[in-house]
Every structure is written in structure tokens, then in C-alpha cells.
Design a protein around this ligand. Structure first.
Ligand code: ZN
Length: 164
């Protein structure tokens, strides 16, 4: 890491600890030239990058912000807290780092997001799944809607599924 005081890129790590459920590593560092100390926060993706393999087999580095944008647009103006949206992204991200070493299919990420959204908000789930082509065709979409509608009645917002 570059020292914020003298700009030399040579330091030793004095202390490391993880925060935010392991997604962030906080490191206390000491510059080997000027001996000043500074703290860095490294996200999991900076420590071990995961490559996303898209359907057309192009590869790109996993991008948490991009995932967040997709999830935000799926929620749109749904009455869902910012905290809940962040939770969805963080849960998916952590599950990827837990289950995959270097590469993961974009379809798999989509599946995991859908599983989370299905529990949190059905409208956001259907939107996300439609945009990210989790349904092969409109029949599959219709079948999924029917499944949601036939879920037990204690699921909130069920009646609003076609309301927007
Ligand atoms: Zn320094």
C-alpha cells in the first residue's frame, strides 16, 4: 500500500481484523520509510477477485456496485429499506466468496439474487428475473407467477403482485 504521508509503497502489516461479516478486512500498517502508521480497509473482492463468466462466455471481474444497481432497479419504488437492499447484495456476495474459488457463472449469481428477492419482495424478484433472463419464455414466467400466487396467504404483498 502507498504510504499516505511519504508515498512510498513499502510497509508492514501490524494488525488485521475482519469486519462487516468478513466482507471487509481492516489492516493497520506501518510505513518502512517514515515509520508512520495508517489504516486500510480492503473489501473481500480486492483480496480475492472472482471472475464472472457470462452467457456468451465473456469474462469480467465481479462488480458489487453493478450488482447493487441491478438490485436497486428491480426494487424501483417498492417500500423496501436501503438496509434490506444492502443485505441482499452482501449475502449474495459472501455466498459467492464462500462457494467459489475463482470463477462463477453469471447465471448462478442471478439464481442466488432471485432466491433472496423471492423472500424479500415478490415484485422485485419478478422484475429482476425478467431483466436477467432467468425465464426461458413467457410460459415459464407465467408458471412462476402462478407458483407465487399459490404460496401460503401469510406472505406479505401477495395481492399487489399485479398492482404495479
Ligand atoms: Zn511513509
Amino acid at each position: 500500500m502507498i504510504c499516505p504521508f511519504c508515498k512510498l509503497n513499502d510497509d508492514k502489516v501490524i494488525d488485521s481484523r475482519s469486519t462487516d461479516g468478513g466482507a471487509v478486512i481492516r489492516r493497520r500498517r506501518e510505513c518502512l520509510k517514515c515509520a508512520k502508521r495508517f489504516t486500510t480497509y480492503e473489501r473481500a473482492e480486492e483480496l480475492a477477485r472472482i471472475t464472472v463468466v457470462k452467457k456468451d462466455l465473456r469474462r469480467e471481474t465481479f462488480d458489487r456496485d453493478k450488482l447493487m444497481r441491478g438490485i436497486r432497479s428491480a426494487f424501483g419504488k417498492r417500500p423496501v429499506s436501503e438496509e434490506t437492499k444492502l443485505r441482499v447484495v452482501t449475502d449474495v456476495e459472501e455466498s459467492l466468496y464462500r462457494d467459489f474459488d475463482r470463477e462463477v457463472d453469471s447465471v448462478e449469481i442471478g439464481k442466488r439474487v432471485c432466491e433472496k428477492l423471492k423472500v424479500v419482495d415478490e415484485v422485485a424478484y419478478i422484475r429482476f428475473a425478467s431483466v436477467y433472463h432467468q425465464f426461458r419464455d413467457v410460459t415459464e414466467l407465467a408458471n412462476e407467477l402462478a407458483t407465487l400466487l399459490n404460496r401460503p396467504k401469510d406472505v406479505k404483498d401477495q395481492g399487489k403482485l399485479f398492482g404495479q
